[in-house]
Write a protein of this length. Sequence first.
Length: 184
Amino acid sequence: MTPGARRLLEAAARLFYERGIHAVGVDLIAAEAGVTKKTLYDRFGSKDQIVVEYLADRDERWRAFLGDRLGAARPATAAGRLRAAFDASKEWMEGTSPRGCSMVNAHAEITDPAHPAAAIIAGQKQRMLDLFTDLAREAGAADPGGAGRTLMLLHEGALVAHGLGVFPDPIPHARDQALALLPV
């Protein structure tokens, strides 16, 4: 990626997350990146493609972050890995996502399932559901699919509550409830 394209993507990511995808136009992205609108279109082709690149980059960074947290601790039990997943989410949200999950926020704005970014959003959430289902299976849940969905709901609800500031420390609260659901 060229330096100009990198600046465009960084500006778009910051603006989309802070202000919303629909509230940010290509003129503002180009101005914030210090390039021309022509450069933006030459590098990305459309605003939709910048949205795709923003979400894909964010997803890639999240997967690497989560992988590091799950791999570094490498807890021996499913409960330990579940704890690590929730703790990683708390760390991520506090460090990079004070306004809530970027995928959830983007989904609120991207209502067309044919939009190229819709698959990135759904893919990220499916991977989290798969992780929680695998952890439920490893823990010996009688219904791993049902338990995985419940763990996912706790996780996603905690991300939304964090972004809204509904109450203090929603992610640790959800983590504790999730751990209580696993067979002992």
